[in-house]
Design a protein around this ligand. Structure first.
Ligand code: HEM
Length: 302
């Protein structure tokens, strides 16, 4: 373990001189600890879902005390095995809580900007300012490295815990699913072309006078709606291929678009009133499902 931590210091070229520089800066940075803490919580609170982890005033107060100590230790001048063990334990606690690693990374961005800002304020006339900034950058990066090590180990242990058969099956399934995704993208592009064809055909019917002008315009509008929904589906699939999640809501918008097209056409025939009402009911149900999904999405983004 000791070797691991000496290696980390060596890889970041963290020398005795860096330790000394950090320790020299302690009084200035300590006098701004309250300001640091205010900004820290204001910053992380914007991530959303923070309240799921920092659940009440007691936990927040405890965390605040711990963050304060952690911040002061950055300038403590002692970076021995027990310092690294403490960092490693913080990482483990975060992993156990299921805290997204992204939150920790983003919080570090605040720490970095705050610390560098303070150094610039206090040492702008010091010719050694750059060395001070470098020392802070190094210790922050080392902290981030150790704090996120537990996350990487968690991921690895999940994968390493699988048997050979499971690993082969997993990579096989991944490959198959990516082939199917490309197939789906191709099919969606084909659907978009069909929608263009439908639009062209509707325009042809309108101009050739084969259908009444009012019905013709509504039909063209309906096919445009379907084309728009098909393009939305392609956009979603592109996002999915880039690693994002697939928004099922888009399928609902496609179904709504198709039903609205039917309603537009049927609305001109008095004998189709029952069909219009039926399709109207379906649109209402689908719109409700769409609304529920959107509400859920906004709640998870908060
Ligand atoms: C710079 C980034 C952060 C540092 C240095 C840090 C530091 C710490 C420390 C020192 C502990 C105590 C570990 C122990 O018990 O040994 C802790 C626990 C915890 N951290 Fe963080 N933290 C950071 C970011 C965050 C963020 C962004 C959140 C929430 C969104 C968070 C939520 C928690 C929670 C809920 C606990 C457990 C608190 C308890 O019940 O005692 N931390 N953290």
């Amino acid at each position: 373990m000791e070797k691991q931590f000496t290696d980390i210091k060596a890889h970041y070229c963290f020398a005795k001189s860096d330790e000394e520089l950090l320790f020299q800066m302690r009084p200035e940075l300590e006098s701004h600890a309250d300001e640091f803490l205010e900004g820290f919580y204001e910053f992380i609170w914007k991530f959303g879902q923070v309240a799921e982890f920092l659940t009440d005033e007691v936990v927040i107060a405890r965390h605040r005390g711990m963050i304060r100590q952690w911040y002061l230790d950055l300038f403590g001048g002692t970076f021995d095995i027990s310092y690294f063990m403490k960092l490693y334990k913080i990482g483990e606690v975060h992993v156990r809580l299921g805290l997204p690693t992204h939150y920790v990374n983003a919080a570090f961005n605040y720490v970095r900007i705050f610390a560098i800002g303070e150094i610039q304020k206090h040492y702008h006339e010091d010719p050694g300012m750059l060395d001070r900034v470098k020392a802070v950058e190094k210790i922050i990066d080392i902290n981030l490295d150790v704090l996120t090590a537990s996350y990487r180990e968690e991921e690895m242990s999940h994968f390493l815990g699988l048997s050979r058969v499971e690993k082969t099956l997993l990579s096989g399934l991944k490959n198959i699913s990516s082939y199917f995704n490309y197939l789906l993208s191709g099919a969606l592009v084909l659907v978009a072309f069909f929608a263009v064809g439908l639009f062209g055909y509707d325009v042809y019917l309108l101009f050739s006078g084969q259908i009444h002008i009012e019905k013709g315009i509504l039909t063209v509008l309906g096919s445009l709606l379907i084309l728009w929904a098909a393009i939305e589906l392609i956009h979603e699939e592109m996002k999915h291929l880039r690693g994002g999640s697939f928004a099922v809501e888009v399928f609902i918008t496609l179904a709504i678009a198709a039903l609205i097209r039917k309603i537009l056409i049927f609305s001109l025939s008095p004998e189709k009133t029952t069909d219009v009402l039926m399709y109207g009911g379906l649109v209402l149900c689908l719109s409700l499902s769409y609304w529920v999904m959107m509400q859920r999405n906004t709640r998870t983004k908060k």
